[in-house]
Design a protein around this ligand. Sequence first.
Ligand code: ZN
Ligand code: ZN
Length: 176
Amino acid sequence: MKVNVTLTMARIAPRTGAVNRAHTKVTPPRPSLPKNYRLIYEIVEESGIGRHLKPAEIYAKALRRRPGIGFSTVYRGLERLCALGFVSELNVPGSDAATYEPSGPRHAHFRCAGCGAIEDVAYVIPARTVKALALEHGFTVESERVTFEGRCARCALGTPRRAPARYRPASHESPT
Ligand SMILES: [Zn+2]
Ligand SMILES: [Zn+2]
């Protein structure tokens, strides 16, 4: 199993990038947002904890509920919602697109190399480990993201679930 750990160093990471990509602990109240952005927020929130939606999926859902909404509106809305801490953007190594999930408690992710499924893992690097690394290297840590890679339970048993389109790597033949 491969483990990717990304530590964002305060002196290097641009401030906005760090905020955009971090899982925040903020549990926001019902936001007073423009109605298009509120729709996007509701779609991500309704997907629930543990679901990770790609922009195209969010756009498809938004279009059903508000015909005529543009993809760029949805994309801008996602960026804005991330900056405000309502939504978290997730860039899992090996995945072909960013995904979005409701902001919540920090956690790690697992990506199956077989079917591409992305799952939540209830794990954070212990604070004392992060502190020790920061002391050792002389940087301050603002956020960290941990991704485990391997085979999900189904793939490990040799019975991969049919990979949903959203998780199928674009440059890859679908498993047979
Ligand atoms: Zn799998
Ligand atoms: Zn997650």
